[in-house]
Design a protein around this ligand. Structure first.
Ligand SMILES: [Zn+2]
Length: 252
């Protein structure tokens, strides 16, 4: 069971944390929070250099080693290896912040977008989070997050990762270049189909209208003729009636 003094310390530190949160963090927006946490990180831990300055490996530079051993996503096997090369790669890997990515969109028209995790400098400056994640873009307004399915080949092995990329609308268009182009093509195709269908319907309507007109015309002629016929019959009937009356009057 916890002693009274440890309980007191616990309550006190909890209260202290809550006070600190209220006076330092509460009310800050996401960017201000980022700046504060990054400032604290640098103040308390400092930024370590990525590459060790030691050069006891004359056959290979650290850069060469990193190029050979660095993995975009490290597997358990990668981490189990304990060579200095692997340790160096792991230290490098651990330095990279794995929430957002940086993209190279210089070949987006070929549907090729290169991705990498952010460096510590980029994490600190907010590149890829508060500044567009396209390597060559510095837009800060209207950024949106996208989950990108990243297929790549590394150390002769095909790998896949779902990564987050935060970009401005212009770069989002580049990111979805092939899909957008396909969508526009599909829309154009549909529009053409619609036009064709409308044209065909108009032609059918026109044909039908002319048929109806012809029929109406025939109908009108028939009506006129039957009226004339009825009139003639009436005239004949009345003449017969008159003749009969005349004959009767003569008989009487
Ligand atoms: Zn951008």
């Amino acid at each position: 069971m916890a002693s009274f003094s440890s309980l007191k310390t616990d309550v006190f530190s909890r209260e202290q944390r809550s006070q600190h949160y209220k006076s330092n963090v509460l009310g800050l927006n996401a960017y201000e929070r980022h700046k504060k946490f990054m400032g604290d990180y640098i103040r308390y831990y400092g930024i370590q250099t990525t590459m060790p300055s030691d050069s006891n490996y004359p056959l290979k530079t650290d850069q060469d080693t990193l190029r050979e051993t660095y993995r975009f996503i490290r597997s358990e096997e990668d981490d189990l290896e304990r060579s200095w090369e692997q340790r160096l790669a792991k230290r490098y890997h651990d330095k990279l912040f794995k929430e957002y990515c940086i993209a190279d969109m210089s070949r987006h028209k070929e549907n090729k977008v290169g991705l990498r995790w952010r460096s510590e400098k980029e994490v600190t400056s907010g590149k890829g989070q508060f500044i567009c994640g396209n390597k060559s873009c510095s837009e800060e307004e209207d950024l949106h997050s996208y989950e990108v399915n990243f297929n790549y080949k590394e150390a002769g092995e095909l790998k896949q990762a779902l990564v987050k990329l935060r970009v401005c609308p212009r770069c989002a268009h580049k990111l979805n270049y092939k899909k957008e182009r396909e969508r526009k093509r599909q829309l154009r195709r549909e529009e053409k189909e619609n036009q064709k269908r409308r044209r065909h319907e108009d032609e059918c309507d026109h044909h039908f209208d002319s048929q109806v007109q012809d029929e109406d015309h025939d109908k009108g002629t028939r009506t006129r003729r039957s009226k004339e016929r009825r009139r003639t019959v009436r005239k004949l009937k009345s003449r017969i009636y008159k003749d009969e009356r005349f004959a009767n009057s003569k008989d009487s």
